[in-house]
Design a binder for this molecule. Sequence first.
Ligand code: PLP
Length: 407
Amino acid sequence: MDKHSSIIRSNSAELYDAHVLKNYGRPAITLVKGSGTQVWDDEGKSYLDFTSGIAVSALGHCHPTWVEAVRKQAGELIHTSNLFRHPNQGELAKRLVGYAGPGRLFFCNSGAEANEALIKLARLHGMQKSGGKEGICYKVICANQAFHGRTFGGMSATPQEKIQHGFRPMTPGFVFADLNNLASFEALVDDQTAAIMVESIQGEGGIRPCSNEFLVGLRELCTRKNILLLLDEVQCGIGRTGKFYAFEYAGITPDAIGMAKGLGGGFPIGAVWIGEKAAELFHPGQHGTTFGGTPLACAAALAVLNVIEQENLISHVAKTSGPWIAKLQGLAHEFPAQIKAVRGKGFLVGIEMASDPAAYISALREHGLLAPSAGGNVVRLLPPLNVSTQELERSIEILRLVLAAKA
Ligand SMILES: *Cc1c(COP(=O)(O)O)cnc(C)c1O
């Protein structure tokens, strides 16, 4: 039987309308199948998927190595809670230490949870700085236009009206400076400052990369003032930019890293790497999670790392993204009235439109290209790490078609 012949029409629209919380505005399609960079809806229409589940499906959909690893683990051992060891978590921690450097790993289930752990780490570091006293040194400096998640900690670190409105008061202790403006960060540092937390490349905020000089400057500032440098690599990490971590471009090492999205290749898993300097701050009982780092989740993440390494996907991203981004820049020159800028690195790219991107997003979808938006009128492009050059070329053709139709 053909792999894709089981596509059937679903009644999802009615079921969502009747029973699912109305916290998302979704387009009127229902996805039922995926393979590589392609997904199919319940009417049999196929799409080039440059959403990748918001940078999650790093290997595209249903990569055979990943599917086999998850199938196998599901038949062996799925969950132990963190009350017992299992082989996969230790192995995954070792592999991530290999990428980040000496330190320790904590596993959770999402980006927001990873950042919660970073924020709790900041509080512990502040307490240590104040000789074991709580509530003295606890502030975290974050960036304007940041996005760190939807929990109270993450939301409080996310200075956006659309995220915070309706939910105040926020968690105290967060202050905000301008990205890529070292002086504005330094001006906020005082005795109460425990940490600085930024995304190496802001994702939801509109694909705004930290410059290398800025990250180097933050590293120096944090070391000099004994404050932690926490990098949120939830969206930009795990190979997406053509390095394993986006901050590698700056040649620095942070004190801790938050990861999630691409790590599980579609299976929910988050992780925090904490460098040696701060890794001993957490003691038994101070943090935990029932689900974090299950045998199944870690098997999925190990499969992602194995495929990234076996298929040389990081160098694939580094090699193929440059010419593709150059073509996107070409489109910006062709359609200057519609495109204001193209930003990003590797396969984390934003096209800043001159107007609301919603009409572009739906036109792209009608032409068979799925792409999400981002803040500041941005059309975001997040192909899987193993996208082919033909598929990248196809995305340029579809974009040109849509731009020409609106010119
Ligand atoms: C998506 C995202 C988060 C939140 O991750 P969830 O898994 O949705 O909780 C946090 N930080 C950044 C940079 C993100 O892109």
